[in-house]
Design a protein around this ligand. Structure first.
Ligand code: F6P
Length: 375
């Protein structure tokens, strides 16, 4: 048995723990393991690599001491989807080719029997396409955004929340000293999980998430009321995908390859709050800081559990599945069921209710403490 590991999309803390765990679990079974460089690029374009090979042999010594490291030793990319591959024409236009069969052929040429694809919705969807085209595939859900369906949580999320919370804690002390309003923008793509969890944990006064379109007037009202109660500073946490009522997401760039790149909402909210309240509002954009660096113990543990479980799935003859956390166990769900649907913050979830009961503003009209039911 010879298996390949691939890491695709934006990196997330815990990827190396998955690589190490899957490698050790497979080697214990006597299997060969290779890592594909940069998503699937290593197999698609091997000659682009200095040694002419886009795969690296993985064994105990190759993965020694990587479990606590951020990033991925295999490299990653969110460009060049082999199932929807952009090819620039002589006239400058771009057409998209489906190179799925070609990639499956590359696996066969390399003598690889099965793939463990570690990624978010994009990489898992590619995995599903490869599975449909005949390759044995097991998926491992990864993203700091925690927006994947069918698993309680993805690895990377916990680290992102920890870093965001610590950063907001630091903003608190300077905000207090200068009696300022601070707006902290955090990643999360179209979901508000990071903003909600870190904002609540750090004690923010307003949290704006994509799931609840906000009215800037209501956020300003909340800050004014806080000031009247003697609160001379305020912290507003904004998810990068937050949207004003009747407004649009704030997008830096859009490409057919990568979709929307979000960012800039923090500055917009700060400018509007300054205008409406007359108070100085500053912006801190945490950006990729919440995605880089050392994974928390929670993410390392989950990465270890997911990596070993992916190998276990293959050993049990399963494929076309994704490993998923369903405490106290890791279980296997159909990859086809796990991809294509975004898991956003449910409006009746306990965490959101808790934040509301503590008086945190979400920039909406919510007042009815009795109507929300925790799930
Ligand atoms: O999906 C993870 C994520 O970090 C999102 O939170 C963010 O919107 C996106 O990736 C940023 O991607 P990139 O690093 O390609 O700009």
């Amino acid at each position: 048995m010879r298996i390949a590991l691939s890491t695709g999309g934006g990196d997330a803390p815990g990827l190396n723990a998955v690589i190490r765990s899957a490698t050790l679990a497979a080697r214990r079974r006597g299997w060969d393991v290779v890592g594909i460089r940069d998503g699937f690029n290593g197999l698609m374009f091997p000659t682009q690599y200095p040694d002419g090979s886009g795969v690296m042999k993985l064994d105990a010594s190759a993965v020694a001491g990587i479990g606590h490291l951020g990033g991925t030793i295999l490299g990653s990319t969110n460009r060049g989807n082999p199932c929807h591959f952009p090819v620039t024409q002589p006239d400058g236009s771009v057409v998209y080719e489906d190179r799925t069969d070609e990639l499956v052929g590359r696996f066969a040429e390399a003598g690889i029997d099965a793939l463990i694809t570690i990624g978010g919705d994009g990489s898992l969807t590619i995995g599903q396409r490869l599975f449909e085209a005949g390759l044995r595939v097991v998926g491992v859900p990864k993203t700091i955004d925690n927006d994947l369906d069918k698993t309680l949580v993805t690895f990377g999320f916990n680290t992102a929340v920890e870093i965001a919370t610590e950063s907001i804690d630091r903003v608190f002390t300077t905000a207090t000293s200068h009696s300022r309003v601070f707006v902290v923008e955090v990643m999360g793509h179209y979901a508000g999980w990071i903003a909600l969890y870190a904002g609540l944990a750090a004690g923010a006064h307003a949290i704006l998430i994509p799931e609840i379109p906000y009215s800037i007037d209501l956020v300003a009202d909340a800050l004014r009321r806080r000031e009247q109660r003697g609160g001379h500073f305020a912290i507003v946490v904004v998810a990068e995908g937050a949207v004003p009522v009747h407004g649009q997401r704030t997008v830096v760039a859009t490409s057919a390859d990568q979709g929307e790149r979000l960012g800039g909402i923090g500055h917009r909210v700060a400018d509007e709050l300054t205008r409406l309240t007359g108070r100085e509002a500053r912006t801190v954009v945490l950006g990729h800081l919440v995605r880089g660096g050392t994974p928390t113990a929670t993410d390392r543990l989950l990465g270890n559990r997911f990596g070993a479980a992916a190998v276990r799935a293959l050993d049990q003859g399963l494929d076309g599945v994704m490993v998923a956390l369903n405490e106290p166990n890791v279980e296997f769900v159909l990859l086809a069921d796990a991809v294509g649907s975004l898991r956003t913050v449910p409006l009746d979830c306990d965490t959101l209710l808790t934040a509301r009961e503590l008086g945190i503003s979400f920039g909406d009209e919510w007042t009815d403490l009795g109507s929300a039911k925790p799930t």
